[in-house]
Design a protein around this ligand. Structure first.
Ligand code: SF4
Length: 228
């Protein structure tokens, strides 16, 4: 059983599949407390409604298309900080139905045996966390290396200021070979105005480094609206 905070059909807003119509399943619970988190309503592990994987599959089936995004919260990590119970089974069920599965994660825990077409890892930089969480293993190179070796991946970094790029390079320096076209920099923004204001700074960093600019289409289209 898993708790689902919301299920909705929208366009993928970020990453290499930006713009692709997808069903989003937002699982409840996240052990982190990122300062700029836009889904704080999903932090609580008791939020939402409890569904088994058959129930989640049924919910997904009401929408067309093959693209499914498992997000959170932090979908990989359960309340006890171990692998979220039922997650592997859910991905296998979805795969058997021919779905394309993206999993959004902060990348703090390696989970084997997922049926995952794209692991979308957003390692948390110092700009993201309160000091209390800063030491909580937010960026574990060994875990990141295992995830990117096991699954097709993208690495998305939230950029709040030009100086964040040094930390991005530091994280990447601890990893094995990473395809730069799979490294995406995205502006830290909650609103359309913030997104527009920060995009040129991030675009310039991409020009300098060769990393990819990551749009945030959902913010551009719907700003802070939930479930879109
Ligand atoms: S890891 Fe994701 S869901 Fe959790 S607090 Fe950070 S941004 Fe929010």
């Amino acid at each position: 059983m898993m708790r689902v905070v919301e299920a909705f059909y929208s366009l993928q807003g970020e990453g290499t599949l930006v713009g692709v119509p997808s069903v989003f399943i937002r699982l409840a619970g996240c052990p982190f407390r990122c300062r700029w988190c836009d889904t704080a309503y999903a932090w609580d592990y008791s939020a939402g409604e409890e569904l088994d994987s058959a129930g989640i599959v049924e919910r997904i089936a009401q929408w067309p298309g093959k693209f499914v995004v498992l997000t959170g919260g932090e979908p990989l990590v359960g309340e006890d900080l171990a692998v979220r119970p039922g997650l592997v089974e859910l991905t296998c069920r979805l795969k058997a139905l021919g779905k394309h599965i993206t999993i959004e994660t902060a990348g703090t825990l390696f989970v084997p045996d997922l049926a995952c077409d794209l692991i979308s890892i957003s390692p948390k930089l110092g700009n993201s966390t309160s000091p209390a969480i800063h030491q909580a293993g937010r960026c574990d190179a060994e875990v990141l290396n295992r995830l990117i070796a096991a699954y097709p991946y993208q690495l998305k970094f939230v950029i709040d200021s030009p100086w964040d790029i040094e930390e991005v390079q530091e994280v990447l320096g601890q990893l094995g070979p990473v395809d730069p076209s799979r490294v995406l920099l995205m502006p830290q923004a909650h609103t359309r105005d913030e997104l527009i204001a920060k995009s040129p700074m991030v675009a310039e960093l991409c020009r300098k480094t060769g990393f990819r600019f990551c749009d945030r289409l959902h913010i551009f289209l719907w700003s802070e609206e939930r479930g879109r």
